[in-house]
Structure formats: structure tokens, C-alpha cells
Design a protein around this ligand. Structure first.
Ligand SMILES: Cc1cc2nc3c(=O)[nH]c(=O)nc-3n(C[C@H](O)[C@H](O)[C@H](O)COP(=O)(O)OP(=O)(O)OC[C@H]3O[C@@H](n4cnc5c(N)ncnc54)[C@H](O)[C@@H]3O)c2cc1C
Length: 384
């Protein structure tokens, strides 16, 4: 007979997993904490990988989320480089690739997401880069040292940030933007025009309305507009795919390619929680589940999961938001993220601006550059 443990097992060593372990201890959770990760290193910062780290302005020491010794001191056991391959919700166990079986009282799925490689000729070649892990960040940084030009497919935040960083490193950068403006669907025309202006002012050549069609041997990139671009570096920034398969195979409810969770991060299986990029969690203020892919939300959702596992009541109700740094220009965005029907640009002094997003007259998002008061006001309106 299997003896059930009260161990808190965390699957995933990103910000969500890290925040959950920390919050569990801070909330007085006393059971063993076991954090399993596919990563080969303890939890680290991802945001600098497309920004200061890529440009060489900060080094390796800027990446770890905690000082060495933190996990030992807090009784958090790390099991790195050992992917969890199965979850048994009846027996309350997870099994890993190395053959380990670990029983849990609570299990948090914090498996995040991985970059999507479009199904195009050449896109799966290992020399065609993506950016998510620290290892991929190092690979991109070293590829940039040996290249004079780069083509980046995808004008989401990672694509835009990496384009500016590579341009600042002296590479001739072409950014393929499938829409008429960068991030047109997320930020609307006004936001897209701001981004386009910033990218151009940083020396990035932006091909709007242009999709990648494939990558030939020798880094020749085929696109819709320009038949052939010769380059030394290709980066795919073509979106991410949440890693929800573990949950789906275990029979846990999944929707929109993410793991369903309530506002306390509880899934449909007893004792199993999900949070961060992989989750489709219910936001109590929005009164609907939301898909978010932002650092601060990953930390907050992880914190809630850790507290729930420790038996302390907490719920997700803050509006999702991210900060981006495009060269030296900061952007702050808070929004429910599931659509707007009106976007009003308010231009302040110099370059500062605010864009208010509304749906049926109600504020559903705010984007600011150097307008922190508006950002605070907008965030407060969202959660009111
Ligand atoms: C280059 C870059 C820059 C970014 N910049 C910003 C920014 O400026 N602002 C912002 O808001 N957001 C930014 N983001 C997004 C932000 O990093 C993510 O939203 C956040 O990392 C999500 O955290 P997570 O813990 O849910 O998932 P992840 O960070 O993806 O972590 C998932 C973890 O789970 C592990 N894992 C996966 N499957 C398994 C398995 N089967 N078994 C065990 N472990 C597993 C992985 O190895 C990883 O450790 C950026 C992302 C990238 C890649």
C-alpha cells in the first residue's frame, strides 16, 4: 500500500515554481518541498536574455533568482535536469525521466511554455535559434558575436527587444512582422506605430506584412516580400506553446491549450495546482479565466499556489501586466488581454504617452511610456 506524503512537489523551475516554493515556506508550510525541473540550473531571470544579457551589459551573475545556498537554507530540494514524464492523480505521484517516483500531498504544475517553431522548411534546424532558456540566451549571445546581420521572425516583445539589442551590438537587423504593424493585435494601431518608430530609430529594418516562408542551407531566409535574405543569424520569435501535456495525459481539465485552474490555482484534480504561463487560471476581478505570459504574473500566481498548498487562503485578482525594455525605452502594460474595441492615445511631453484601451466604454487596459501615474491609475481602474 502506498503511504501518502504531505510533500509539496513543484514541477518546473521557472519564476512560478520558485515563487511557489518561497511562498509556501513564508506561509508556514512545513512539509518537504521538492522542486523538479528540466532546466540544468536553479531558477533564473529570463527577461535579461533579450535585453542587457544579450547586449553583454550584464553577465552570468545577473541571472540567478537567488544566492547559492537559498534553497538549502529554506529546506527546498532541487532536482535539476530531470523532466517529469508522468503524473498519477490517483496514487498522488509524479515520475521522472531518470526513473524517480515522488509522492505528493500537493503538486504544482509550473511547466511554463516553450518557443513554437513554425512548420516551415528549415525552421527545425538547430542553427535556427529560439530564445527561452538561459542556455538558448547564451547560444544567441555567442552567435551574435560571429554574425554581421540577423533576421528575426516575429515582432512580439521578445522579437522587438532582441532586434534592438542585436542592432545595438552592430548587426544589421531585419525584423519580419506578419501584421501591418508590430503587435497590432495586442496593442492596436497607435501602440504598433510607436513600436515601429522605436525599432526604426534603433536602426532595425522592419518588414511589415511579411511572413517567414523558410530558411535554406547557409541561412538564406525566404519571406513573402523579399524572396531571399542572406544572413548570419536567424532567430524565431514566433510565439510560445504552453507545456500542458503532462496535465492532459493525467486527465486534468485543459482549455485553450492550458491547464484550467481556479483563483486559488487549484486544478480539477485533488491536490494538483497549476500556475504561470501553463495555466488558464480564473481571475476573480475579471470574473473569467485568463491566459497570461508575463513575469510578474508568474511570480504572483506561483505565490498564490504556494500559499494554497500551505493552507493559507489567497486568490488571483490583480490585472495581468508586463514591463518591457526596448533599448532604453520602458513600456508598462496592464490589461485583461482578451480584446478591446477602442484605443485612445494621449501624448504627453517629450516621448511620454499613455494609451487607454476600452471595451464597451469600460477601461480594459493601459499602455504607458514614462507615464507611471497613468499606469497606476489604469491598473487601479482595472481591479476596481
Ligand atoms: C527572453 C525572454 C524575455 C522576457 N521578458 C519579459 C519581460 O520583460 N516582461 C515580462 O513580463 N515577461 C517576460 N518574459 C516572459 C516570462 O519570462 C514568462 O512569462 C515566465 O518565465 C513564465 O514563468 P513560468 O514559471 O510559468 O514558466 P517558465 O519560465 O517557462 O518555466 C517553466 C519551467 O518548467 C520546467 N519544465 C517544463 N516542463 C517540465 C517537466 N516536464 N518537468 C520538469 N520541469 C519542466 C522548465 O525547464 C522551466 O524551468 C520573457 C521571456 C523570455 C523568454
Amino acid at each position: 500500500m502506498m503511504v501518502r506524503s504531505d510533500r509539496f512537489v513543484i514541477v518546473g523551475g521557472g519564476p512560478t515554481g520558485h515563487a511557489a516554493a518561497d511562498a509556501y515556506r513564508k506561509a508556514g508550510g512545513e512539509a518537504e518541498v521538492f522542486l523538479l525541473s528540466t532546466d540544468t540550473e536553479p531558477p533564473y531571470e529570463r527577461p535579461p536574455l533579450s535585453k542587457e544579457f544579450l547586449r553583454g551589459e550584464v553577465g552570468e551573475d545577473a541571472l540567478p533568482l537567488e544566492q547559492p545556498g537559498f534553497y538549502r537554507e529554506h529546506g527546498i530540494e532541487l532536482a535539476l535536469d530531470d523532466p517529469v514524464i508522468a503524473l498519477d492523480t490517483e496514487k498522488h505521484t509524479v515520475s521522472t525521466a531518470s526513473g524517480r517516483t515522488v509522492s505528493y500531498g500537493h503538486c504544482l504544475l509550473a511547466t511554463g511554455a516553450e518557443p513554437v517553431r513554425p512548420k516551415l522548411p528549415g525552421a527545425h534546424h538547430p542553427a535556427v535559434l529560439t530564445l527561452r532558456s538561459a542556455a538558448s540566451g547564451r547560444e544567441l549571445r555567442s552567435a551574435a558575436k560571429n554574425a554581421r546581420s540577423a533576421v528575426i521572425a516575429g515582432a512580439g516583445f521578445i522579437g522587438c527587444e532582441a532586434a534592438i539589442s542585436l542592432s545595438r551590438l552592430g548587426l544589421q537587423v531585419t525584423l519580419l512582422c506578419p501584421d501591418e504593424l508590430p503587435q497590432y493585435r495586442r496593442l492596436g494601431a497607435a501602440g504598433g506605430r510607436k513600436l515601429l518608430h522605436w525599432l526604426k530609430s534603433e536602426g532595425v529594418s522592419v518588414l511589415t506584412g511579411t511572413r517567414l516562408l523558410g530558411v535554406d542551407e547557409g541561412y538564406r531566409v525566404r519571406t513573402e516580400l523579399v524572396p531571399m535574405l542572406d544572413t548570419g543569424l536567424v532567430l524565431l520569435a514566433t510565439g510560445i506553446q504552453p507545456r500542458f501535456e503532462l496535465a492532459e495525459r493525467a486527465g486534468i481539465a485543459v482549455s485553450n491549450g492550458r491547464v484550467c485552474a481556479d483563483e486559488h490555482m487549484r486544478t480539477s484534480a485533488a491536490g494538483v495546482l497549476a500556475a504561470g504561463d501553463v495555466a488558464f487560471a480564473y481571475n476573480a476581478a475579471a470574473a473569467r479565466p485568463l491566459a497570461v505570459e508575463h513575469w510578474d504574473d508568474a511570480l504572483r500566481m506561483g505565490e498564490i499556489a504556494g500559499r494554497t498548498a500551505a493552507g493559507v487562503r489567497d486568490e488571483w485578482r490583480t490585472p495581468p501586466g508586463f514591463r518591457s525594455l526596448l533599448g532604453d525605452r520602458g513600456l508598462k502594460f496592464a490589461a485583461w488581454g482578451d480584446g478591446f474595441d477602442d484605443a485612445e492615445l494621449v501624448q504627453h511631453d517629450d516621448e511620454a504617452f499613455t494609451i487607454w484601451y476600452r471595451r464597451e466604454g469600460a477601461v480594459v487596459g493601459v499602455l504607458t511610456h514614462d507615464a507611471d501615474e497613468d499606469y497606476e491609475r489604469g491598473s487601479a481602474k482595472l481591479s476596481a
